[in-house]
Structure formats: structure tokens, C-alpha cells
Design a protein around this ligand. Structure first.
Ligand code: FDA
Length: 500
């Protein structure tokens, strides 16, 4: 409520925020979490909490009147649909050279993501975050994160015959024929539940085209893991539909935090200001970066370092699809949960880790779709725009060319071996590469650069950053296990040193 005081406020309920809240509560602290999205617990008129990808409605997107699907065309036609404007679960946030997809709601990105729970190779982690003790991460914090997230592995015997993974088996076969190595990828989606879906003994979710607008069943998103455990301590209060706007030092100590309570149309129904002794920024790479550059530029937190807003990257994300031969059907029933990656990171000429992605169109498409994570050296900068009062990101679409070059090293070779071609009808009219959007925003408040080596904003004791903005633009694999493990490491140190 307006005027409240509290010991700890966490801004955002994604991976970083969920870890912070749980561990602080277990250490005996009372925590308030604010989240600008909704609490996704109430079913709509169709009896379901989330809408699927084939029939999206207002629940799908954050305040849009038309869907903005990553695959926005199909055989020359615009694939997007009109929807009512609503505070839906997936945000496609547009900057000049890139659209950045993010989850909105209690659970953040875990509500909309593919659940791929990948621990990077230790040598790759060490090259990205040299200031963080990799030995400790791999012995303690990655295992802790994997356990907390309920990561599980697919039954590879079942995989060999399941209809819903024909697309992935084709992906493996073609990778092998071109001498690429592949790996099964763990997930937070419960693969035992998926077996029941395939056997028609449980309601379908992954097998009913549900994922980027939320899964009604099967997925262990954060609201079922870390956030449920945090609430279970009785010490954590989660306040949805509240968007933080300003943070500044309060007279008499702590921080004054202003926020807008919003309705499902996105309109502010009330403005509130609270005072918190300690504030954790966990609004995600984009959300935290936007908040921090704004506070610095508008004089609310003028002493924040110049490194705030810098070092942003898209994890080298690029998407592409190939059109298979008639004997390589990919299946009309496709699990929305990817479980296989082609690992070409060791290729010094263009490192890439490409997940074999589903294309759950409900019909046979003969298409193989991939989301590649590549080593792209370009980094963007967030800056406050005093004219609009918003925050710009200077990323340019052309900066994704290095990512395309890395991905081509895999898919040009597979195309030539299979006698196949790229599809050009999915990411626009006559456009091969999905190079103008990202699923994996990272950086903007890089650890040991903009913060100390544990996420403290040292100019303001009591302010912390604990989300994907700490990671310098790249994780070499899908990022959320690394975000979670790093948060586990940092919060342990912060609790030990800063809470007495
Ligand atoms: P995260 O974005 O999760 O949470 C931030 C929260 O803060 C959000 O809920 C947001 O609404 C809230 N917030 C923002 N501003 C606020 C404000 N001013 N006030 C209050 N609240 C605010 N990763 C992976 O490892 N495997 C995968 O398979 C996938 N797949 C995937 C698919 C899709 C479609 C997307 C969009 C993303 C993925 N990802 C993924 C990426 C993954 O989801 C992402 O890296 C993490 O969610 C980031 O975690 P954070 O804790 O940094 O923030």
C-alpha cells in the first residue's frame, strides 16, 4: 500500500527475483515482490488460464491489438491475428533494430519460454564470466539451480518412437549425416506428463500448441517451483500488476520506490510510493536496464556508474527454417518443447548451438526450424531519451550478420548434403533469417563492471541487481539456468555479508 515501509523489495518475479525472494525468506527475512504482469492463476471463459498458439486471444500478448508472432508469415501470407488489447503474458518490446520477447506475469520468462534448461560447458562459462569462480559454480550453484528448477531429462527410448518428436528425430538424422554432434537438452517441462499427453491419458499442453503464450499443464514454471517455495515460507508477499517507475534514496535511510498499479488495459489506477531498506532489481535484462539508466539520467540515482545500460547482447539469437525433402516429414503433431540441440560451438570459425525447434502448425509442413545461439561480438547500449521519457537501445539489425554467418556453417552444410533449401516465407516475405528479434536478452548491468562481483550497486549500499542484466550478452546456450545459478551464488554471499 501507499506509504508502506518494508525491509526488502524485489522488483520482478523472474528467475533472479524468485531466487532472491526464496533464499532471503529462508534466512528469516520478510520480502515483498512487485511484478508488473498478472498473476496467471484464474481460468478464462474457456476454462483455461492461457491461450494456445493457433488461436491466440488477448491473454497472449502484452497490450497489442495484433499478435506479433516470431514466425509472422506463412506461404506468403501475414500469419498474425487481431486480438483485444490486454495485459497478456508475452511482450514483444520493440526497439529500433530488434524486437525483444519477454514474459510478463508472476514467474517472468518462465511462463512463456521453451523450458530448455541448459548448463553451459564449464570452459565456456569461464570465458564469459572470468571474475566468477567456475569451480564453485559447477560444484554448488548449478546443481542447486537445477534442483530448484526441477530440471528433468527426456526418456530417450520413448523419444525414439513418440509421434510428437518426429521433427527432432529428423533434426538429429540430418545433423549426423553432415557430421555435426548433437545433444539431448534437459527441460523443466515434465517429460513424464508429456508421455501421458502422447498416450491421451492427460490433457494436452505441449502437444496442444501451447508454449510462448503459456502452458496450461506440464511445465514447472517458477510459480510452481521457486515462487511456490518462497510463498510457502509465509514471509514473501507477491504483488502483481504493479510497475515500478522510480527508485531513489529516502530521507532517513533506505529507498523510496514509486510504482503504478495498473489494470488489465494497462492503465494506471493508482500511484504508490513505499520505502524499502533494500531493493533488488530483478526486472530482467531490459526491465532492469531501463529502470537504471532512467534513474541515473533523471537524477534519482545520479551516482550510478557509467557502465549502467551497457554490454547488452542477444545471446547471438537467430532463427532459420529449412524445407525438407518429401521423405523427411516433420510431423503434424509436434511437441512445443524442444529437446535436441546441434552443438557446433567448438567450430572456431563460427561457434553455434542450434536447438531443433518445433513448428507446431497443426499440419505437415516438411519444415525444420532452428533457433541458433551464436558467438556474436556486438553489444548494444541503453540510453535515456529525454524527449520521449523512454529508453532507447542502439542495436542494429545488421549487427546480427555475425550470427547468421555462424548459423550458416551448420545449415548450408546440411542443405547441401540433403539437397534442400532454406525457407523464405516465414520471417517476412522472401526473408530467410529471423534476425530482427531475440528471446534471450542479456546484459545492461554487467557483473564486476557496473556492479561489484556479486551484483551490488556499490554507490548505493542496499541496491542490488540479480537478473539476466548481470550477464555480458552471451551464455553460449539457453540462459535461464545460468541466470538462476548466478543468482544462487550472489544471494548466498549477500545474505552472509549484508544481513546481520
Ligand atoms: P525475467 O524476464 O524472467 O523476469 C523479469 C520480470 O520483471 C518480468 O516478469 C517482468 O514483467 C517484470 N518487470 C519488468 N519491469 C518491471 C517493472 N518496472 N516493475 C515491476 N516488474 C517489472 N531461456 C532458456 O534458458 N531456455 C529456453 O527454452 C528459453 N526459451 C524462451 C522462449 C521465449 C519465447 C522467451 C521470451 C524467452 C526464452 N528464454 C529461454 C529466455 C528466458 O526466459 C529469460 O532469459 C529469463 O526469463 C530471464 O530471467 P530474468 O530473471 O533475467 O528476468
Amino acid at each position: 500500500n501507499d506509504g508502506d515501509t518494508m525491509p526488502i523489495l524485489v522488483i520482478g518475479t523472474g528467475y533472479g527475483g524468485a531466487v532472491a525472494a526464496l533464499r532471503l525468506a529462508q534466512a528469516g527475512q520478510n520480502v515483498v515482490m512487485v511484478e508488473k504482469g498478472m498473476s496467471w492463476t484464474q481460468p478464462g471463459s474457456d476454462g483455461k488460464v492461457f491461450s494456445n498458439m493457433l488461436e491466440p486471444d488477448g491473454r497472449s500478448y502484452w497490450l497489442r491489438t495484433k499478435t506479433d508472432q516470431p514466425i509472422n508469415h506463412f506461404m506468403g501470407a501475414d500469419y498474425n491475428k487481431s486480438i483485444p488489447s490486454y495485459t497478456g503474458v508475452l511482450d514483444s518490446e520493440a526497439f529500433s533494430g530488434i524486437r525483444i520477447y519477454q514474459g510478463r506475469g508472476v514467474g517472468g520468462g518462465s511462463l512463456v519460454n521453451g523450458g530448455m534448461a541448459v548448463t553451459p560447458k564449464q570452459e565456456n562459462f569461464a570465458s564469459i564470466l572470468p571474475s566468477v569462480d567456475a569451480g564453485e559454480m559447477y560444484s554448488t550453484y548449478y546443481p542447486r539451480a537445477n534442483a530448484g528448477l526441477k530440471v528433468n531429462n527426456i526418456d530417450q527410448t520413448w523419444f525414439q518412437t513418440a509421434d510428437c518428436y518426429q521433427f527432432a528425430r529428423v533434426g538429429i538424422k540430418q545433423a549426423q549425416r553432415s557430421n555435426f554432434s548433437y545433444t539431448f537438452v534437459p527441460n523443466v517441462y515434465d517429460f513424464n506428463y508429456m508421455k501421458q499427453e502422447q498416450a491421451d491419458t492427460a490433457p494436452r499442453s505441449a502437444l496442444a500448441a501451447e508454449v510462448i503464450y503459456g502452458n496450461n499443464y506440464g511445465k514447472n514454471s517458477l510459480d510452481k517451483t521457486y515462487l511456490a517455495a518462497a510463498s510457502g515460507t509465509g514471509k514473501v508477499t507477491i504483488v502483481p500488476q504493479h510497475a515500478v517507475t522510480t527508485v531513489s534514496p529516502a530521507n532517513g535511510g533506505g529507498f523510496s520506490v514509486a510504482m503504478n498499479q495498473i489494470d488489465t488495459s494497462g492503465n494506471t489506477v493508482k500511484t504508490k510510493t513505499v520505502t524499502a531498506q533494500k531493493v533488488f532489481f530483478a526486472a530482467g535484462s531490459v526491465g532492469t536496464s531501463k529502470l537504471l539508466v532512467t534513474q541515473k539520467a533523471t537524477g534519482k540515482l545520479p551516482n550510478l556508474p557509467d557502465a549502467v545500460g551497457k554490454g547488452w547482447g542477444n545471446n547471438g539469437n537467430v532463427m532459420v527454417a529449412r524445407q525438407n525433402q518429401a521423405w523427411d516429414a516433420t510431423g503434424s503433431l509436434q511437441a512445443t518443447i524442444p529437446c535436441v540441440g546441434i552443438d557446433n560451438w567448438a567450430d572456431a570459425g563460427g561457434p553455434a548451438f542450434a536447438e531443433v525447434s518445433p513448428f507446431p502448425a497443426g499440419i505437415e509442413t516438411f519444415a525444420s526450424l532452428y533457433l541458433a545461439i551464436t558467438k556474436n561480438p556486438n553489444r548494444g547500449v541503453f540510453s535515456y531519451n529525454s524527449g520521449s521519457g523512454g529508453v532507447d537501445l542502439n542495436w542494429q539489425t545488421a549487427w546480427n550478420q555475425p550470427s547468421i554467418d555462424c548459423a550458416k556453417r551448420i545449415f548450408d552444410k546440411i542443405n547441401s548434403k540433403e539437397g534442400t533449401i532454406y525457407r523464405t516465407d516465414l520471417f517476412g516475405e522472401y526473408k530467410t533469417w529471423g534476425d530482427d528479434f531475440a528471446y534471450h536478452p542479456l546484459g545492461g548491468c554487467v557483473i564486476n563492471v557496473a556492479t561489484d562481483n556479486y551484483g551490488r550497486l556499490t554507490q548505493y549500499p542496499g541496491l542490488y541487481v540479480i537478473d539476466g542484466s548481470l550477464i555480458p550478452g552471451l551464455t553460449t546456450v539457453n540462459p535461464f539456468v545460468t541466470i538462476t545459478a548466478l543468482a544462487e551464488r550472489n544471494i548466498e554471499k549477500i545474505i552472509a555479508d549484508d544481513f546481520h
